[in-house]
Write a protein that binds this ligand. Structure first.
Ligand SMILES: O=c1ccn([C@@H]2O[C@H](COP(=O)(O)O)[C@@H](O)[C@H]2O)c(=O)[nH]1
Length: 243
């Protein structure tokens, strides 16, 4: 069960230099299933960091959350495919036409190249957001309405899953069924700092709720012993999978 749990843990590589990213990959390679490359590291290091992780034997979630006109997002998603990432994502708030364009382009390009299809994810509502955040930008519906609504839109547009808080897993499963992938940041061990995360759950509770993958960064990166912190999270996930 520990192996299954480990494969579900994604470490957020939120660092600002290539060498530090490589140190983390080497340190945590046996503890986690994937490494997430986000805006900070990709803006600093570009595709080289993705190539490095793959050369080290790791798999990559390219978390660039594309949100632009449909053609731009489709072309950017095709570039993500060419990098050989296992997962990449767009913002569901970019709308149906944008998601259809991305999903269609990635499928066509993967088929033409004989390349494996990455898991295309749509970010629903960021885990740092609350109902109040939505009201501030003119969205009167609560997070608990918006997340399943965006998840359904993403599924119908051809996305393979969503990024959401573990708090919304039951709503997403009811809207989109058991096969639709749910990747959850906003995960905090019971004694960890929440940082800027607002809609959180513990690793065990997220697994029990049905998360397919957990994204965790600072609780591991800022621990005095990151390997032990990752191992403790994996053990908590494994215990939840067993029960
Ligand atoms: O809704 C979202 C979408 C993406 N993220 C990303 O996940 C990690 C979380 O890191 P922690 O240090 O564990 O908070 C981070 O890279 C975010 O960009 C998210 O948190 N919420």
């Amino acid at each position: 069960m520990l192996d299954i749990a480990r494969k579900k843990l994604i470490f957020a590589l939120d660092v600002d230099c290539f060498e530090e990213a490589q140190r983390w990959v080497r340190l945590l390679h046996d503890q986690v299933g994937l490494f997430k490359v986000g805006k900070q590291l990709f803006t600093r290091c570009g595709p080289d960091v993705v190539h490095m992780i793959r050369a080290e034997g790791g798999e990559v979630f390219l978390d660039l959350k594309y949100h632009d006109i449909p053609n731009t997002v489709a072309m950017a998603s095709a570039e993500a495919l060419r990098l050989g990432v296992r997962m990449c994502n767009v913002h569901a708030l970019g709308g149906r036409e944008m998601m259809v364009a991305a999903a269609t382009k990635v499928r066509e390009e993967a088929a033409a190249a004989g390349a494996p299809l990455p898991l295309l994810l749509a970010v629903t509502i960021l885990t740092s957001s609350t109902d109040e955040t939505l009201r501030e930008i003119g969205i009167e519906r609560p997070v608990s309405d918006m997340v399943p609504r965006l998840a359904r839109l993403a599924r119908d547009a051809g996305m393979g899953g969503v990024v959401a808080s573990p708090q919304e897993i039951a709503l997403i499963r009811a809207a989109c069924g058991p096969e639709f992938a749910i990747v959850t940041p906003g995960v905090r061990p019971a004694d960890a700092s929440l940082d800027d995360q607002k809609r959180i759950m513990t690793p065990g509770a997220a697994i029990t709720a049905g998360a397919d993958f957990l994204v965790i960064g600072r609780p591991i990166a800022r621990a005095s012993d990151p390997v032990a912190a990752a191992a403790a999270i994996v053990a908590e996930m494994a215990a939840a999978l067993e029960s």
